[in-house]
Structure formats: structure tokens, C-alpha cells
Design a protein around this ligand. Structure first.
Ligand SMILES: NC(=O)c1ccc[n+]([C@@H]2O[C@H](COP(=O)([O-])OP(=O)(O)OC[C@H]3O[C@@H](n4cnc5c(N)ncnc54)[C@H](O)[C@@H]3O)[C@@H](O)[C@H]2O)c1
Length: 273
């Protein structure tokens, strides 16, 4: 069911690789709610993924951009305002990648070139996106910028290794830029801390399936799905959340506030019997 919450709004959506991607689901919802937007991903991902299917469904132009390149981001923002016919109302940053995780490097023995790539792709790219939008005065008043994060920024989840550092930085950038963007143009900047979700990036984490089950049992409402996340993004892009900014918003079925549950106890008891 559509509420027309984003009617007339223009956006840029980063990170839709395939239909499991959270960004894919966000794009589908934004389209349903009446938004116009461009889709973007790294050139290599565009070759490997299925973004054109999504683009034709949503009537969106696909603009390649490596989110670590300011030059490519400049072109993306310029082209987006041109094809959408005006300033931007919302941006979704849904980007994460750690070469250390991919190559199974443990945290206590990271490859430092990989580490810098993790930080650049998964965190500094968020600064670069906002830097380009800010400098070019590309956002409308009360525009909304959202990045996706994970609770490993606050607590140890050993297999998340250097992505945890990237997510802490990402959340800090949301506050740092959120302050400045609010002052300059009344633009909101937030991060959504999402439940574990089955996607290409998610599956890269060791022991992911067991972990999803654990999180499900520790969340009174159960894990938030990709579709739930898309709905939350729509609410943050809409006019109903105009004074929400510089927040890290947990979207996790209650996981972050829960110490223990009966479901988890039962599971552990089964394992011990
Ligand atoms: N899946 C989960 O369990 C989970 C939980 C919490 C937060 N998140 C976050 O959600 C976001 C989206 O991840 P997802 O789970 O949908 O996985 P995904 O693999 O579908 O999306 C990650 C995207 O990042 C893109 N990307 C990588 N390098 C890039 C670059 N240099 N420039 C531009 N784009 C680049 C990929 O092409 C891909 O589209 C990430 O920030 C991830 O950390 C995921």
C-alpha cells in the first residue's frame, strides 16, 4: 500500500547490487511512495549486478560512481540534479566492503592497505558524498541523508573485524556533517543501525547464519528485515521526521536494549541437553 509519502521528492540511492541488497528494497519502496531518483554503484558492481532490472522498474537512470572518488561523485551529483530536474531531497548511502573480511584476515593481523580500503569505502565515502552535496549546494531544505550501519560500532562482534571501526567512523561522520548541514541548509543526517540481514555483504561475515538466528532470538520483535529497513528509510526521507538529525537510530527489533530472552535460554538449554 502506498501513502505517497515521497511524492515530488528527488533522491540518489547508492548500493543496490541485486534484489537482496537493502538499497534495492529501499529503491522499490521510494518508487512506490512517489519519489524520483537516480541509482548508483561502483562501475565493477554495475557489470556484475542486476541494477538495470531495478532501474527500468523504477524509471531511474543508473550513474556509475566509485564512492571513494570525489571526482566521480561530483559527476554523479551534477548529473542527478540535471536528470531529476532540481536539487536533491534524499540520499541513501548503503555501501560496505572490507577486503580483510573477504580474505579472512583476523583483526589482530590486518593487512593495512586493506584496512585503509575498508575505511575509505565503508566510512570516508559517506563524508565524500556529503562534501560534494554540501559544496555544490545540491540539497533542498529539510533534505534527508541516511547511511546504514551496524551495532558492532558500539559492541564487540569478533567476526565483524575492521568493519566495526568503519561503522564507528561512519556514525561519527553523521554527527560531524549533520551539525554543519543543519546549520547551512537545514538538512538532516542520520544512520540506521540495522539487524543482520541476508545480503551479499551480510553473507561475507563468518558464521552469519548462526548469528542471524542468535539476533532473532535476542530481539523481542525479531530481526528487522530488508523490507522493514526500506520502510524506515522512507519515513526518514519523508516530511514526518524533519527534526530528526545527527542520530544513530537502532532498527533491530529491540536487540540493542535486550540482555537475555526466554527464546535464547531455551536454545542454549537444548544445546546442553
Ligand atoms: N546485511 C546486513 O546484515 C547489514 C546489517 C547492518 C548494516 N548493513 C549495511 O547495509 C549497507 C548495505 O549492505 P547490504 O547488506 O545491502 O549488502 P550489499 O552487498 O547488497 O550492498 C553493499 C553495496 O556496496 C557497494 N559498494 C562497494 N564498494 C563500493 C564503492 N567503492 N563505491 C560504491 N559502492 C560500493 C556494493 O557494490 C554493494 O552494492 C552496508 O553499509 C552494510 O554494512 C548491512
Amino acid at each position: 500500500m502506498s501513502y505517497g509519502l515521497l511524492k515530488g521528492k528527488r533522491g540518489i540511492i547508492f548500493g543496490a547490487l541485486d534484489e537482496n541488497s537493502i538499497a534495492w528494497k529501499v529503491a522499490m519502496k521510494c518508487h512506490e511512495e512517489g519519489a524520483k531518483f537516480t541509482l548508483t554503484n561502483a562501475p565493477i558492481a554495475l557489470r556484475m549486478g542486476e541494477i538495470n532490472k531495478l532501474a527500468s522498474h523504477c524509471g531511474a537512470e543508473v550513474i556509475p560512481a566509485d564512492a571513494t572518488s570525489v571526482e566521480e561523485l561530483e559527476k554523479l551529483v551534477a548529473r542527478s540534479t540535471e536528470v531529476l530536474g532540481g536539487k536533491i531531497d534524499f540520499i541513501l548511502h548503503s555501501i560496505g566492503m572490507s577486503p580483510n573480511v573477504r580474505k579472512n584476515r583476523p583483526y589482530e593481523d590486518l593487512n593495512y592497505d586493506f584496512y585503509q580500503k575498508t575505511l575509505d569505502i565503508s566510512a570516508l565515502s559517506f563524508h565524500k558524498v556529503m562534501h560534494v552535496a554540501y559544496k555544490n549546494d545540491a540539497m533542498n531544505e529539510y533534505g534527508s541523508i541516511v547511511a546504514l550501519t551496524y551495532i558492532a560500532a558500539q559492541r564487540i562482534f569478533p567476526d565483524y573485524t575492521d568493519m566495526a571501526d568503519a561503522k564507528s567512523t561512519l556514525e561519527s561522520i553523521a554527527r560531524g556533517f549533520g551539525y554543519r548541514f543543519a546549520k547551512k541548509a537545514k538538512v538532516r543526517v542520520n544512520t540506521i543501525s540495522q539487524s543482520p540481514t541476508v545480503t551479499t555483504a551480510g553473507k561475507g561475515i563468518a558464521g552469519f547464519n548462526a548469528f542471524i538466528d542468535f539476533a532473532e532470538k535476542l530481539s523481542p520483535l525479531g530481526n528487522a528485515t530488508g523490507e522493514d529497513c526500506a520502510n524506515y528509510c522512507v519515513s526518514l526521507f519523508s516530511d514526518f521526521t524533519r527534526k530528526v538529525t545527527m542520530q544513530n537510530l537502532y532498527h533491530d527489533g529491540g536487540f540493542s536494549s535486550t540482555g537475555f530472552t526466554e527464546d535464547l535460554m531455551r536454545k542454549l538449554e537444548e544445546g546442553n541437553s
